[in-house]
Write a protein that binds this ligand. Sequence first.
Ligand SMILES: [Zn+2]
Length: 179
Amino acid sequence: MPAVPAPSAAAAPVAPPAEATPASSAPIDRNDPVAVVAGPEGGARCSAATEYADESGEGLDPAVAAAWDAARRAATDAGVHLCLADGKRSWDQQVAIAQDYVDKYGAETAKKYALPPESSEHVRGLAVDVQPASAYTWLEARKGSDGFCRTYDNEPWHFEWSAAHITEGCPATVAHPAG
Ligand SMILES: [Zn+2]
């Protein structure tokens, strides 16, 4: 008998482990009507910290835009100014941001800061980047009562909106966008 073992018919392929993705993260397609809606480019500066933008909320999911307006009013009553540094992004805008991170930091680091468009909540119109630090600290302390929850340990400014957050509170954060 030859020493070379025959391929075993019993060695069935092992299924990869299921992705630990939340229900809201079903991949979006670049031709999805939501994915083609761009967010504002430029616009007003954040009066509390002029290095950041303060977008209008244009393009966000209507429920998110309404929740953002309500959160901003509540913050103002508390003496805190919330700025929307970045909200809605189109598929193409997300591709450009991800590529910018790759160019600046390399692919390995980039994936810890910018998701591909098919899995970005910004492309779905459900995510907001909040600035300055006084603003995102205030919003995180609300523990999802506005629907906004901090998602990542490495991005204290990034919040994702879900109606479930209002009733169930915020899920645990994850280290970074790549997991
Ligand atoms: Zn973000």
